[in-house]
Design a binder for this molecule. Structure first.
Ligand SMILES: [Zn+2]
Ligand SMILES: [Zn+2]
Length: 279
């Protein structure tokens, strides 16, 4: 299983000299399994580059685009996804735990006055699918969903394959002020022993007061989750747009020290555009 990061930011794209190393694109993660199934988590601005890369190499296999939710930072790259304009391409848009009436919002953002090309003009074969409460089998890979704790809802995804497992859990507040849709114990069960966990780690402890209830987690909470669920490798994701490269370096160092002290069996990394992980 190959996992490659194309966008690691939350909220809004943030290019500039202070973000150039970790990258300024919003959420987009590419996964290719050993049986050549293709998954894309979210269509933030990072999906533009992914579309270019796939155009070079791709046969006409279906691409499965799984959405955590439909906030802008997770959908706004879709109109610039090159494969959507290819007649020989099948694209499945999948989502779970969201209002089905909103399932077409990825396409309806391509509407005047916001975008010149309406989605009806996309050459590709686009299917909008809902996978609520289902265990979906794609190739030899099992995909399970779980409801996020985020304003408006959303879904986490876990893929278990022959070569290992990964989970994509972003825009998730592990301990929200209101009753959570998914309680901490249920996250532990869902993420138990996963090889790679990509988790929302948008904020630092001292920022908690300001952001409590916004639907995001603290880095310290993500670290504890990794330890409690016996995650093998935690990747901190959905960085605040104003977090600088130097600050993310420091977050990485501190997270590493925490792991060595509290959960030495585990690994932790800070998500960076262009980084690849292989299982
Ligand atoms: Zn987001
Ligand atoms: Zn969101």
């Amino acid at each position: 299983m190959l996992i490659k990061f194309y966008g690691v930011r939350g909220s809004i794209a943030s290019p500039g000299e202070n973000t150039v190393r970790y990258g300024g694109n919003t959420a987009c993660v590419f996964v290719k399994t050993s049986d050549n199934e293709l998954f894309i988590f979210d269509a933030g601005t990072g999906i533009r580059q992914l579309g270019e890369d796939l155009s070079q190499i791709l046969p006409t296999k279906a691409v499965n685009l799984l959405f955590s939710h439909y906030h802008w930072d997770h959908i706004q790259g879709f109109p610039f996804f090159q494969l959507a304009y290819r007649a020989d391409q099948k694209i499945n848009l999948l989502a779970a735990h969201l209002n089905e009436q909103n399932a077409h919002s990825v396409l309806t953002q391509m509407t005047d006055p916001h975008f010149p090309v309406p989605s009806e003009n996309l050459a590709s074969n686009v299917h909008v699918l809902s996978m609520d409460d289902e265990i979906l089998l794609i190739g030899r890979n099992t995909i399970r969903t779980l409801s996020l704790n985020h304003p408006g809802g959303g879904s986490a995804y876990r893929i278990d394959s022959d070569e290992g497992s990964m989970a994509y859990v972003t825009d998730n507040e592990l301990f929200p002020p209101q009753t959570p849709k998914t309680a901490y114990e249920d996250w532990l069960e869902y993420l138990k022993n996963v090889d790679v966990l990509i988790h929302d780690a948008m904020y630092l402890d001292h920022e908690k007061e300001k952001i409590h209830g916004w639907g995001h987690s603290l880095i310290s909470e993500a670290l504890n989750l990794a330890k409690d669920a016996k995650v093998k490798h935690l990747i901190l994701f959905h960085h605040d747009p104003s977090r600088t490269d130097n600050e993310l370096d420091e977050i990485g160092v501190q997270a590493q020290q925490w792991m060595e002290k509290n959960y030495p069996e585990g690994k932790v990394s800070v998500a960076k555009e262009g980084d690849k992980y292989t299982l």
